[in-house]
Design a binder for this molecule. Structure first.
Ligand code: PEP
Ligand code: MG
Length: 587
């Protein structure tokens, strides 16, 4: 039986299933009689928090230099000690006169519900973190800490509806061969941790957990997101062979790739990271990225407790830029609306939000508010190598108005005696066919361009990027998208402007050779994809890449373009090998 999910952590594993039951965050409500009892509950709650803090700190210490693991545990510690949550739990105990376990479960379920309705997948995936913390506190209160994972006596493949991040952090790679979950996405903490620990993982399988029995034999293909339950002997032989090749390739590539991103013939490409939250910068530095190619700032709305304010923006940009110094950090101004969350927008409901009130359209409509962000970026620019980027530009007039607004903010700062980098580069994202076709008219106003293939694909093919019903039509390898990338690079280079790519396509191993061939100057990808993209760059020669890119422009379908690249890299990058059947059957 084959299940398809999201490939979350590369690698192949074969072994027996171990089913892990994750309890719901619920607890019986017990009514208390007196204020002495409620006081007692508050003491128990506070002791439980200290106990859990101690446990999490111990796990963090045991993570050694798995930086992403320690960062995630730090996030859990923050959640655990969050003053708003603490206050709510304690006031529930006092006002509702209930037991601490119930107050914790009710409060945290409320937080989970709030996270769950956020449009942004990153925030939704933090639900697992909240449940993790809640479960630990309740277990501490009731004295029933889960032992299951610690008692494993043979290497297993862990199967769960969902896996809490701190449980994942406590796993030993030799003991857990792979992780398979129904929930989760590419950005959930469990996924990031699995990658950090080098444990193959497939997540987002939706309905695999109820289908698997203890000790079923599983093949987990963390490269393509496949899980085979009780495979045939032929499948086993095939995957054992692949697993061996994969291991050999991993060792070889790891040895050969500690430094900058170089092609096989020694040409260097900038390999930067996309980040959403400031703390990601530590990981980005550790990975040796050449900079932050896209700092999505929408999330700052969530952490600004006192509403939109310049100081919060400034502190964050300053921190990220100084930590990355001297490497560049591209800060993208707010890209609210569309599929992104709309906190604080109080805009009317739109029939077509992707075509509506979003990104710089909002900024230009509310210049006073927008200037707060621009001021903060400019102020931070003296403390690091900051570049500013505007998303969703479709009209040259918008660009003129944006430059005017920026000019006004600069004048204000100068008048106030506040320093900024007056040579700060200003660029735009190219995310719509309009921006591609009219790019020659826009380029005189910008220093650089970054291609946002997520939106460019959606607007070119008229396919909602988040709608699973039309997901099969969403293809960045479509000739209409590839031809636009080629056009953009040529135009930029003809006017001596550099061009990067920061859509997810930049992190797709099969796209990397093509993008090298088209001549993009910079790749910006999710931090966890940096090693893979670097490996892919290393197995390509610029000559072959150019040939492939040129050929791709006259190929009819995206699938055939992938097959073209696949046939080139298949001997050099064995992980790709598994997709061979797809190329044979596809049109
Ligand atoms: C893009 O559209 O490709 C992009 C990088 O921006 P976002 O995914 O944030 O819309
Ligand atoms: Mg976009």
């Amino acid at each position: 039986m084959l299940f398809k999910g999201i490939p979350a952590s590369h690698g192949i594993a074969i072994g027996p299933a171990f089913l892990l039951k994750v309890e719901q965050l619920r607890h019986a409500r017990i009514s208390l009689e007196s204020s002495a009892e409620t006081e007692q509950e508050i003491v128990r709650y506070r002791n439980a928090i200290s106990g859990v803090r101690h446990d999490l700190e111990n796990i963090a210490d045991s993570m050694g230099d798995v930086v992403e693991g320690r960062q995630i545990l730090e996030f859990l510690l923050l959640l655990l000690q969050d003053p708003t949550i603490k206050k709510e739990v304690e006031s529930r105990i006092l006002s509702e006169m209930v037991n601490a376990e119930y107050a914790v479960s009710a409060t945290l379920r409320g937080v989970m519900e709030k996270f769950n309705v956020m449009a942004d997948p990153y925030i939704r995936e933090r639900v697992a973190d909240v449940r993790d913390v809640g479960r630990r506190v309740i277990e501490k209160l009731t004295g029933t800490e889960k032992e299951a994972l610690k008692n494993l006596d043979q290497p297993v493949i862990l199967v769960a509806k969902d896996l809490d991040p701190s449980e994942t952090a406590g796993l030993k790679p030799g003991q857990v061969l792979a992780i398979v979950t129904d929930m989760g996405g590419r950005t959930s903490h469990t996924t990031i941790l699995a990658r950090g620990l080098g444990i193959p993982a497939v997540v987002g399988l939706q309905r695999i957990a109820p289908e698997i029995n203890p000790r079923d034999i599983l093949i987990v293909d963390g490269i393509h997101g496949h899980v085979i339950v009780n495979p045939t002997s032929e499948e086993l032989r095939y995957y054992r062979d692949i697993r061996e090749k994969f291991q050999e390739a991993e060792n070889l590539l790891q040895q050969m790739n500690p430094g900058p991103a170089l092609t096989e013939d020694g040409v260097r490409f900038e390999l930067a990271a996309n980040i959403e939250l400031p703390h990601e910068v530590e990981l980005v530095r550790k990975l040796g990225a050449d900079g932050v190619g896209l700092f999505r700032t929408e999330f700052l709305r969530l952490i600004q407790e006192n509403g939109e304010n310049e100081e919060d923006h400034f502190q964050i940009y300053n921190r990220v830029a100084s930590e990355m110094m001297p490497k560049p950090v591209i800060i993208r101004t707010y890209d609210m609306g569309g599929d992104k969350f709309r906190t604080g927008l109080d805009s009317v409901r739109e029939a077509n939000p992707f075509l509506g009130y979003r990104a710089i359209r909002i900024g230009l409509d509310r210049p006073v508010e927008f200037s707060i962000q621009l001021r903060a970026i400019l102020r931070a620019s003296v403390h690091g190598n900051i570049r500013l980027m505007f998303p969703m530009v479709t009209h040259v007039e918008q660009l003129r108005r944006l430059r005017d607004l920026l000019g006004m903010v600069r004048n204000d700062l100068t008048a106030g005696g506040i320093q900024f980098d007056d040579k700060m580069q200003v660029g735009i994202m190219v995310e719509t066919p309009a921006a591609v076709i009219a790019l020659d008219l826009m380029l005189p106003y910008v220093d650089f361009v970054s291609i946002g293939t997520n939106d460019l694909t959606q607007y070119t093919l008229a396919v909602d990027r988040g709608n699973p019903q039309v997901a099969d039509l969403y293809d960045p390898f479509h000739p209409a998208v590839l031809r636009q990338i080629d056009t953009v690079v040529r135009l930029c280079h003809s006017q001596r402007k550099w061009v990067g790519i920061c859509g997810s396509m930049a992190g797709d191993p099969l796209a990397v050779p093509l993008l090298i061939g088209f001549g993009v100057d910079e790749f910006s990808v999710a931090p966890s994809l940096i090693p893979d993209v670097k490996k892919m760059i290393a197995v390509v020669t610029t000559h072959a890449a150019r040939e492939m890119a040129e050929k791709s422009l006259s190929i009819e379908t995206g699938l055939r373009v992938r097959a073209l690249v696949h046939s080139y890299v298949v001997g050099k990058y064995p992980e790709i090998l598994l997709d061979e059947n797809d190329w044979k059957t596809g049109g």
